[in-house]
Each structure stands twice: as C-alpha cells, then as structure tokens.
Ligand binder design. Structure first.
Ligand code: NAI
Ligand code: MG
Length: 361
C-alpha cells in the first residue's frame, strides 16, 4: 500500500508534547505512513525572522497531509522585541503561522467537531468557521484611514480625529461564501447531519447579512433533505451551551466562528479535547484547537485533542474505521478514569494518558 507522506510540525510548548505522545497511534493502527518533521513557531521567528521557514513550505507541499501541534503567537510589539538582534531593523513583520498557513494554502473551512466524550448527555455537532475573510480578513486599521473616515459621517464619530479612532472591515465575497456554504452542506451530507445552522447577525449587520443570507438560501436549495436555518450568533452561543443536541452543522464567518468554536470546545469539556481540520479545495492541515499553553506544567497536557485531530486527519485520508477506533479508545480511557491528566482531575502525565488510549485501541 502506498505510504502516506505526513508532514509533522510539533511547534511550541505543549504542541511538542502532545504530538510526541499521540503520533504512535498511527503505528498502533498499522497506518502505512512516513513522517517528516518540520520547523514552525516562535523560535523560528526569533532566530530566523520567519515563524514558517521556506523549507517548511517545501515540506508541506511535498506531503499528503500536515499535522500541526500548536504555536506561540504574540502581539506585534513583543514580536519585535524578541527578534534576534542581527535581524532587527530590517522591517520584518510577524504574521502568525496559522494565519500564514490558512491564507497561503487557501484553507477556507475550519472544521471543529463537538461531541460528548465526558458526559452522559448525547450530542454531536460540528462548527465550520470561515477561515480566510470576514472580520479577520486583515483590514484592521489604526489610526482610522482618511477614506474610511469619509464614510463615517455620523455623530459623534464625525467629530473625532482619525488618531482617536480605529476600525476593522468585515469583508465577505460571493466566492468566499459560496464555497463555504457548499462545503458545509456537503460536510453535513457526508457526516449524516440533518441540519445546517448559519450563525450570523442579521438584526444588526443588516446589509452584509442579507447578502450572506441570499447565498446561503441559494446553496441550501440544492440540499433539500437538509434543514437550513439562520440564527443570531449570540442566540446560537446560548443554545450551544444549553442544548448542544439541537444542532448539526453550524457555519459562521471568521470571528463569529472563532468564538463559537472555542465555546464548543468548552461544551466538550475543555480545550484538551477539541480537534480541528483546516480544509481547502486542494490542501488541508490538522491541529488541536488549543495553543502552546505556556502556563501548563511540563508533560501534563491532555493529549486527547491531538488524538482526535489525528482521527480527523485519518478520516479525511479515507481511514474512517481507524478514526472511529481512536474515538472509542479515548472514550474508554475516560470511562476507566485511571490515566487522566490534571484538567480531568487526574494525576497522569501526557505520556501516561496517551499510552492508556493506545492500549485501549
Ligand atoms: P491555550 O489554548 O494555549 O491555553 C489556554 C488554557 O487552556 C491553558 O492555560 C490550559 O488551562 C488549557 N489547555 C489548553 N490546552 C490544554 C491541554 N491540551 N491540556 C490541558 N489544558 C489545556 O491558549 P492561550 O493560553 O490563550 O495561548 C497560549 C499561546 O498559544 C499564545 O501564544 C497563543 O497565541 C497561542 N495559540 C495558538 C493556537 C494555535 O496553535 N492554533 C491557538 C490558540 C492560541
Ligand atoms: Mg480561537
């Protein structure tokens, strides 16, 4: 069987630990693969002036799939301060590696499944966050540009100077929304979901929401067997906490999806559980939702999110049975309650819990 060429980018902090602990599950499942490890993250920003060195892009390009651990990302001022002295004053600008990956590989759909793993309550839904445009498209300004100031011709803002105002644009395109909604309904169909909920803010962002709604309805009409609905994002947040079992696929623009999917991570039982997939027309990469968690003590991070992330990757590569086995082994490990990390009120190390999961396969 052809071996899967896998690019593994452990990254920073607990990204390293959870990757190392969970990757052996691939061998335990007898997946034919070959891993090549690549550089990404804060160290490479500090020492090379680029958190995603060119050699890493090459590696990704030559691989069938990419697995990322987690990265550390800091605001502009800290990034400049921590840059190695010989690299200072060349005008190097820090751009978060995850933003770089999503934009350069055009990974427009960020898929974050949310299901019961700890609780008796049964639910299964999936947040699909738009990844390339919306309020995070990168048109974020301070001071307020003159051209935009012209549009803000209402009191009190028309009286303020540009230097006392900032703004961000919520960019949405027909192209971007069409592919997002298409993907969402296809995903619903393939994963046996019966409903797609578009979480937006039609009662406040009136024009842009109408634009999105028309496209949503047009695409929904191609999937008559799937129920389509639009709700205010804040109401969706509330109901996701109260009644997660009511949802199937939830699709949202970049910022709304960002917030909802972290909330969904909380509904699952914490960031230690939440997996994600970033998917485009040609490319993809897979990562736990959590970051590098510098406050977590060495080798105590919960490896579950990474296990489930590997499951998403395997599912994407056609190994659905193996993905299901990972899920079941994890559930069993939690039910046994013996090898659990601190966030699950246990004392096990990352390695202990990972080995227990692999043992339960
Ligand atoms: P974080 O996700 O790294 O951690 C937040 C908190 O969640 C931790 O302090 C811990 O209490 C808990 N947590 C997260 N993962 C856990 C795990 N596997 N096991 C047990 N507990 C876990 O978010 P934070 O602290 O806001 O950011 C830390 C760094 O990570 C920052 O530099 C941030 O920019 C970066 N980050 C990177 C992401 C990525 O790689 N895609 C995503 C989010 C943040
Ligand atoms: Mg987030």
């Amino acid at each position: 069987m052809k071996k899967i060429k896998l690019a593994v980018l452990p990254g920073d902090g607990i990204g390293q630990e959870v990757t190392q602990a969970a990757l052996p599950v691939m061998d335990a499942l007898a997946i034919p693969y070959e891993a090549s490890f690549g550089d990404i993250g804060w160290e490479f920003w500090k020492n090379e002036g680029n958190p995603v060195p060119e050699r890493t892009w090459q590696l990704i390009e030559n691989s069938d799939a990419t697995l990322l651990g987690a990265i550390t990302s800091k605001p502009e001022r800290e990034a400049e301060e921590e840059l190695a002295v010989p690299l200072k004053n060349f005008g190097l600008r820090y751009v978060s590696p995850v933003v770089q990956l999503r934009q350069r590989l055009d990974l427009f759909a960020n898929v974050r499944p949310c299901f019961n793993i700890q609780h008796d309550k049964s639910f299964r839904c999936s947040i699909i966050r738009e990844n390339t445009e919306g309020l995070y498209a990168g048109f974020d300004f301070y001071p307020m540009p003159e051209a935009i100031k012209q549009l803000v011709n209402k009191s009190p803002w028309d009286n303020y100077p540009e230097k006392d105002m900032s703004c961000a644009l919520r960019i949405q395109s027909r192209h971007g929304l069409k592919r997002l909604f298409h993907f969402s309904f296809e995903y619903a169909r393939q994963n046996h979901y019966t409903k797609v909920t578009f979480a937006d803010k039609p009662n406040v962002l009136r024009k842009s929401s109408i634009f999105a709604r028309e496209i949503f309805e047009e695409i929904a009409a191609c999937y008559p067997e799937i129920k389509a609905e639009i709700h205010n994002v804040d109401a969706v947040a509330l109901w996701l906490v109260r009644r997660p079992e009511e949802f199937g696929v939830i699709v949202a623009e970049n910022m709304f999806g960002d917030i909802l999917s972290d909330l969904a991570g909380g509904v699952m039982g914490g960031l230690g559980f939440a997996p994600s997939a970033n998917i485009g027309m040609k490319n993809s990469y897979f990562e736990p939702v959590h970051g590098s968690a510098p406050r977590v003590k060495l080798n105590t991070a919960n490896p579950s999110a990474m296990f489930l992330t590997i499951g998403l990757m395997l599912d994407h590569l056609g190994y659905s049975v193996e993905a299901k086995k990972i899920h079941m082994a994890l559930v069993k490990t939690i039910q046994q309650g013996k090898y659990l990390t601190y966030d699950l009120d246990g004392l096990a190390s990352t390695q202990d819990m990972a080995q227990a999961i692999i043992g339960n396969l």
